[in-house]
Design a protein around this ligand. Structure first.
Ligand code: FCB
Length: 453
């Protein structure tokens, strides 16, 4: 396998998200986001300083972008922080917030790195959350206005845009009350899901209307294939279908113009249907230029006596489960990636697919200035082989972004899971050390077959 096998127009990039890397949580007029708030309420492992400091990308972006370029990547996917750009959530943008992203974008371009912007990677301004957040229908307009500010500020230099990162995972944070009281907030969850979907479609239209004609507007989705234990039993099949509808279908089907999969789950009929108004089903449908596929592992599904669901991801793996696991306990199952690529090939939401996140956390340590993360190299090679296999079958996938460029703050799990190609030493002023996997990528991107390994 070598770089050229993927085609000349294939985009090779790294991915990250504002809250996970930036730090500077209250610098130059930025207001707190829901994730800053979660950190301050000790819902992030390691305490408030972890999210407040990120990996100090706010100050070290020149070094980081330089390193991304040195490794040979052509693109960097990062997200904009809504509360940095519009501290009050709505209304006037903050000039220093916009200026920060101007500097980041310009530095990328100076290094020949194409910036791929995500508008929203889960960091809602806290002030909007206090007004109901995603459960308040006004959020559709708030978000479209924010999208317009970003398009006007950066549309002259940025060609690739993604509206929202993994609405399904963000909605789960709302479900369990990470930003509120812990518990199961079913009504708020399903209402928020509908508003997230509406806002994604609306902001997609806003971006396409305001950006130059050659801009490409996409959105990303966490696509977990679900493997039922015994797919042949009708009850288990129903459970699998309900879970699939709740994890995948209720997000992508309405965007693709197919409406909500109400038949698959009574939970959807009971809790989501009341949020849907008159023309919503038309407004939900929007064709994007590309769909970002994000893949980590396939959960194994077992029956469960939960009405409307009937199945849950199993905490106990079956014997056939892969033996290699990441430090989060996620099984390494490369075939799941080609499976989801095939699944969404030809989906009405977009013609083109890009793998906008894929990667693994392992317990890396620095020894004599090196991090020997052979497992991560193997992880990337085996997943890239699946991308290539899918492409050869005709799946229209033309980009791959590693999660992540550097170790960063893995949401509530804090600094412990290390997903980076570059190691961060949190005890030594955030020192950056490229791991062996970064060196492998540099060789691979320079054209060495199999990265020289
Ligand atoms: C994805 C998120 C990303 C990161 C990876 C590990 O679900 O989009 O921010 O946390 O998982």
């Amino acid at each position: 396998m070598q770089r050229d096998d993927f085609g000349k127009d294939f985009t090779w990039g790294v991915a990250s998200a504002a809250w996970q890397i930036e730090g500077a949580w209250n610098a130059h007029g930025k207001s707190p986001s829901v994730w800053d708030h979660a950190g301050h309420r000790r819902r992030v492992r390691g305490g408030a300083k972890v999210g407040d400091r990120g990996i100090d990308f706010f100050h070290r972006y020149p070094e980081d972008i330089g390193l991304i370029a040195e490794l040979g990547f052509a693109a960097s996917r990062f997200s904009l922080s809504w509360p940095r750009i519009i501290p009050e959530g709505t209304g006037a943008p903050n000039p220093s917030g916009l200026a920060f992203y101007d500097r980041v974008i310009d530095t990328c371009l100076e290094h020949g790195i194409e910036p791929w912007l995500t508008l929203y990677h889960w960091d809602l301004p806290l002030c909007l959350h206090e007004r109901g957040g995603w459960a308040n229908r006004d959020v559709i307009d708030w978000f479209a206005d924010y999208a317009a500010v970003c398009a006007e500020a950066f549309g002259d230099r940025v060609t690739h845009w993604m509206v929202c990162n993994e609405p399904n995972m963000h909605a789960l944070q709302i479900l369990v009350g990470i930003f509120d009281r812990f518990g199961l907030h079913l009504r708020r969850y399903f209402t928020s899901v509908h508003h997230l979907n509406m806002a994604i479609a609306e902001a997609g239209r806003t971006l396409s209307a305001l950006l130059p004609a050659d801009a490409k507007v996409g959105t990303t989705h966490q696509t977990a294939p679900m493997h039922p234990f015994h797919p042949t039993s009708p009850l288990r099949r129903a459970g699998h279908d309900a879970l699939d509808a709740l994890c995948n279908g209720m997000f992508l089907e309405p965007l693709g113009g197919r409406g909500y999969p109400f038949a698959a789950s009574s939970l959807l009929r009971r809790y989501l249907a009341p949020a849907v108004r008159g023309d919503d089903l038309d407004a939900l449908s929007h064709r994007f230029d590309f769909l970002g596929i994000q893949y980590y592992y396939p959960p194994h599904v077992v029956p469960a006596p939960v009405p409307g669901l009937w199945a849950v991801p199993s905490p106990v793996p079956p014997r056939s489960y892969p033996k290699v696991r990441t430090s989060l306990g996620w099984p390494v199952e490369p075939r799941g990636l080609s499976e989801v690529l095939r699944r969404y090939s030809g989906h009405p939401v977009a013609d083109r697919l890009v793998v906008t996140e894929n990667g693994a956390a392992f317990p890396d340590t620095v020894v004599d200035g090196r991090v020997h993360d052979d497992l991560r190299i193997w992880y990337y090679r085996s997943h890239l082989a699946e991308v290539l296999a899918a492409q050869r079958e005709g799946v229209p996938v033309d980009g791959y972004f590693c999660w992540s460029y550097a170790d960063n703050v893995e949401w509530a799990l804090g600094r412990t899971p290390r997903f980076g190609l570059v190691h961060i030493d949190y005890d030594d002023d955030f020192r950056r050390t490229p791991k062996d996997s970064a060196r492998w990528f540099a060789r691979f991107l320079a054209g060495e077959p199999d990265g020289g390994s």
